[in-house]
Write a protein that binds this ligand. Structure first.
Ligand code: UP5
Ligand code: MG
Length: 205
């Protein structure tokens, strides 16, 4: 509802909430770099994965089991669930600029987003963190070994996450590329070097 009022307000002020989608394979550094962007450029970070894990952890959630199964299998939760969580988080915020991390990651996500939120926001661009598969796996395995507690930081889930990324998420990135909306950063380098490249994309917004 708040988003609706805000939308009405923005009809008069001509401004909509601004969104950057942050996409990339598992362990590409989406969360790490989003934290940097929040600190330096004042965006609000909404990680679809974090929102889903928080929902799964609620004892009374009717989606807990569904989310858990998808996360362990590296498959994608139906958009109705994810989009609602993103929408609620946006409505709960007074901010005007959002990083939406790890979404949209398949066709179902795209359709659902376009149907429910699409026109109410201004999509600035898509930040694509392009990271080689073996580095993605190495980073997530290392994080798992250090005790991340994530149910999907194991080799079996990771292989599935990579397959989903290649088959389902890359076509979405291609779709945005055709619309000239993708800004790609080589994400296999060390975090500080990746950050230097990202700063160049955000400094004049
Ligand atoms: N690290 C980061 N950058 C580094 C660098 N440059 N050099 C060396 N190390 C670096 O980083 C991962 C690890 O690498 C960390 O230990 C970090 O210190 C280090 P992180 O910043 O967390 O990378 P990120 O890309 O965020 O990796 P993440 O594992 O979160 O990506 P996923 O896309 O796999 O996970 P997400 O949480 O988005 O989704 C999990 C699951 O939720 C999905 O598989 C899916 O089942 C479900 N999901 C949906 O169904 N729908 C959605 O919309 C979203 C998720
Ligand atoms: Mg993440």
């Amino acid at each position: 509802m708040k988003l609706l009022f805000r939308s009405i307000y923005r009809v008069f002020t001509m401004s909509k909430p601004q969104v950057v989608f942050v996409l990339g394979g598992p362990g590409a550094g989406k969360g790490t770099q989003c934290s940097n962007i929040v600190s330096k450029f004042g965006f609000v970070h909404l990680s679809a994965g974090d929102l889903l894990r928080a929902e799964r952890n609620k004892p009374d959630s009717k989606y807990g089991e569904l989310i858990d199964t998808h996360i362990k299998n590296g498959t994608i939760v139906p958009v109705e669930v994810t989009c609602k969580l993103i929408q609620n988080a946006m409505e709960a915020s007074t901010a005007n600029r959002f990083l939406i991390d790890g979404f949209p990651r398949n066709k179902d996500n795209m359709t659902g987003w376009t149907r429910t939120i699409g026109d109410q926001v201004e999509l600035l661009f898509v930040l694509f963190l392009d990271c080689p598969e073996e580095i993605c796996i190495e980073r997530c395995m290392k994080r798992g070994a250090a005790g991340s507690g994530r149910a999907d930081d194991n080799l079996e889930s990771l292989k599935k996450r990579i397959v989903t990324f290649v088959n389902d998420s890359m076509p979405i990135i291609e779709h945005f590329k055709e619309k000239n909306l993708v800004k790609k950063v080589e994400a296999g380098k060390n975090a500080a070097d990746v950050w230097v490249e990202i700063c160049k994309l955000f400094k004049d917004l």
